[in-house]
Design a protein around this ligand. Structure first.
Ligand code: PLP
Length: 391
């Protein structure tokens, strides 16, 4: 065998995996865009109205966030230069955590490099092989990674079916698990529906289960002061991300002081990684300061979403169970969904197709994510374009 053939063999599994993706028309590739303003991007030389970003409040280009990122960089440099437990904790990390805990009405907060890193590394140290996790069927991949890594027994209940959750809780509470945990989201990223936080808290208390809520899509948009649906509630651990409505990057959790101490000492995804850099902290801090003043934007966002949903339904489109600023157009067949996405792009609307395995087979969809920066004109352009589409 020549050297070249040996190399080919070594990566045959990759070739096979990619070939399978191509054959199923599921090969994904990166499509660069150039941001123009809060809702417009350039793609392949064309300006596109963006309905696919998670910048729900249009903060990613807000002057206050940009100025704070620049100010923090000038003062503290471009890097935190070490992990938090070494020399990477600056006063700005501490101050931001205190401010976050207070804004959410919780005892403590802790920053993480990303939501994915937090979920995939916190869950394994809260669970073990003798624990059981009950989770909604539609939770985010990062939560599933964390649960699988823990080795805990993993039971998924039907989406938002709290009766089924309670039935499972009854069963497992009579068995000898080391602990029971409920893991779900507040606003579901691909469906735009919400979970019943008060009922989840009640169930977790009744069955002495740890409640872990991912508020990635509620943060900034819903709840008191825009701090999410779980804020100001006795949830054991809530995670929020800054890459969405906060227009920045990174993530944080709110929890008890004791749980924070445990994570600082035992969570590898916190310990063995470089602290968030000053520019990012500046942007987050500026967004957090703005949050209480953005009530009008949040109301407009929800009103526009309600209007758009009604108009889409009047066109005979299926918006699923959405009740928020995230509105799926459930098409079903993948090929048809792709065609609609391409057709919208031809009308200068960027609305990406979401296909299996991200969503269940047969539920391929266009995920529309509204921003407070979308104007009524933007929405009528979308509706107008959809009106002329004939499958
Ligand atoms: C986006 C998202 C994450 C990941 O957060 P990042 O900070 O982008 O890594 C986690 N959970 C949910 C529900 C999300 O939507």
């Amino acid at each position: 065998m020549t050297q070249k053939e040996t190399q080919k063999d070594k990566f045959a599994f990759i070739e096979a995996a990619l070939a399978q993706r191509i054959q199923k028309q599921q090969l994904r590739s990166l499509q660069p865009v150039q941001p123009i303003d809060a809702v417009q991007v350039m793609q392949r030389g064309q300006s596109q109205l963006n309905f696919s970003s998670n910048d729900y409040l249009g903060l990613a280009k807000h002057p206050a966030l940009i100025a704070a990122a620049q100010r923090y960089t000038a003062e503290y440099g471009t890097s935190a230069t070490a992990s938090r437990l070494v020399t990477g904790t600056y006063e700005i990390h501490d101050q931001l955590e205190a401010k976050l805990a207070s804004a959410c009405g919780r005892e403590a907060a802790l920053l993480f490099s990303s939501g994915f890193q937090a979920n995939s590394t916190i869950l394994p140290i809260l669970l073990d092989r003798h624990a059981v996790v009950l989770c909604d069927r539609l939770i985010h991949s990062s939560l599933i990674q964390g649960i699988l890594a823990s080795g805990a027994r993993f039971i998924r209940y039907a989406h938002n079916d709290l009766q089924q959750l309670e039935d499972c809780l009854k069963t497992v509470s009579n068995q000898s698990y080391s602990r029971i945990m409920i893991v779900t989201e507040t606003v579901f990223s691909m469906d735009g529906d919400q979970s019943d936080v008060a009922a989840l808290i009640h169930l977790s208390q009744q069955y002495n289960a740890i409640l872990y809520l991912d508020d990635a899509h509620g943060l900034g948009v819903l709840g008191q002061g825009g701090m999410g649906l779980a804020a100001h509630h006795p949830v054991d651990l809530t995670i929020g991300t800054f890459g969405k409505a906060f227009g920045a990057f990174g993530a944080f959790i709110t929890c008890s002081q004791q749980l924070r101490d445990y994570l600082i000492n035992c969570c590898p995804g916190f310990i063995y990684t470089t602290a968030l850099p000053p520019a990012v902290l500046g942007a987050i801090d500026a967004a957090l300061s703005l949050m209480p003043q953005l009530e009008a934007e949040r109301q407009r966002l929800m009103q526009q979403a309600a209007t758009l949903r009604t108009q889409l339904q009047q066109l005979g489109l299926d918006t699923g169970t959405s009740t928020t600023h995230i509105i799926p157009l459930i098409i079903g067949a993948e090929e048809k969904t792709l065609r609609l996405s391409q057709w919208l792009a031809a009308h200068n609307i960027l609305a990406t197709a979401i296909r299996p395995p991200t969503v269940a087979a047969g539920t391929a969809r266009i995920r529309l994510a509204l921003s407070a920066s979308h104007t009524p004109d933007h929405l009528s352009h979308l509706i107008h374009s959809l009106k002329t589409w004939h499958g």
